[in-house]
Design a protein around this ligand. Structure first.
Ligand SMILES: Nc1nc2c(ncn2[C@@H]2O[C@H](COP(=O)(O)OP(=O)(O)OP(=O)(O)O)[C@@H](O)[C@H]2O)c(=O)[nH]1
Ligand SMILES: [Mg+2]
Length: 224
């Protein structure tokens, strides 16, 4: 997939809030600080005008942010979970928002769930993956920040995470926003999730898109 255009399309702060349009969706989830904003910016090649903002106070307001990519699909940035300082009421709100949204009859083609490659997947990671399995939503699991692992550590880390998640190590996609490792594989996986709806099939390099573009972004209170 070649990323041609990315526009902020809206924010959904309530599970039953209006969706900004009628396009297939792919959502990105994971615990706070897992590297989700960095991955989205790397994936969309938005290094100068960042799409997903990094907020100084994680978890303050929980909302789903929508970005329209190539006028063909919505990339959904789900709020990060598991931030230690977030009170339980807020965690319940998070659950209500995400689970409520996912249960809606929206055209959600898949979820990319991020886990830090240096950490053991948490109970919340397992709960999220269970929930997605129950819904039957196709799910990709990405292990982030792999640049921080030595080659020798990587194999062990992947085996351990796979064991805990109950999948094969080959099913875990390595990713690094620092080196760009995994970007092409993940884009190809998104192509598969989206089928022919995601984009017109097309070859060629995709290095020309980081031209000056101001995608805007969610209101400050909705960045997680
Ligand atoms: N070495 C390395 N650091 C990374 C990578 N991805 C993210 N980071 C760092 O990890 C920290 C968190 O990254 P973010 O992309 O803001 O993570 P997030 O999941 O969006 O975090 P919240 O929005 O706060 O939930 C930042 O200090 C990043 O620079 C990576 O691939 N490699
Ligand atoms: Mg973020």
């Amino acid at each position: 997939m070649k990323i041609r255009t990315v526009e902020y399309a809206g924010t959904v702060a309530q599970a039953n809030g209006p969706v900004p349009g009628d396009l297939p969706q792919v959502a990105f989830s994971g615990r706070s600080n897992v590297g989700k904003s960095s991955l989205i910016n790397t994936l969309l090649r938005r290094t100068r005008s960042k799409v997903a903002r990094v907020s100084a106070t994680p978890g303050k307001t929980q909302a789903l942010n929508f970005y329209r990519v190539n006028d063909h699909f919505f990339l959904l940035d789900l709020p990060g979970f598991g931030y230690a300082k977030v009170p339980k009421t807020m965690r319940d709100q998070w659950k209500g928002l995400i689970e409520g949204y996912m249960r809606r009859p929206v055209d959600l083609r898949g979820v990319v769930h991020l886990v830090d490659s240096r950490r053991n997947p948490s109970d919340q990671d397992l709960q999220m993956l269970d929930f997605l399995a129950q819904l039957g939503t196709p799910t990709l699991v990405v292990l982030t920040k792999v640049d921080k692992l030595k080659r020798s550590e990587r194999k062990k880390a992947f085996a351990k995470a796979a064991d805990r998640l109950g999948v094969d190590p080959e099913q875990l996609l390595p990713f690094s926003s620092k080196t760009g490792e995994g970007r092409e594989v993940l884009l190809a996986a998104l192509d598969e999730l989206l089928g022919s709806d995601g984009h017109p099939v097309e070859d060629g390099d995709d290095t020309v898109d980081d031209v000056d573009l101001d995608v805007g972004g969610p209101p400050e209170e909705y960045t997680a």
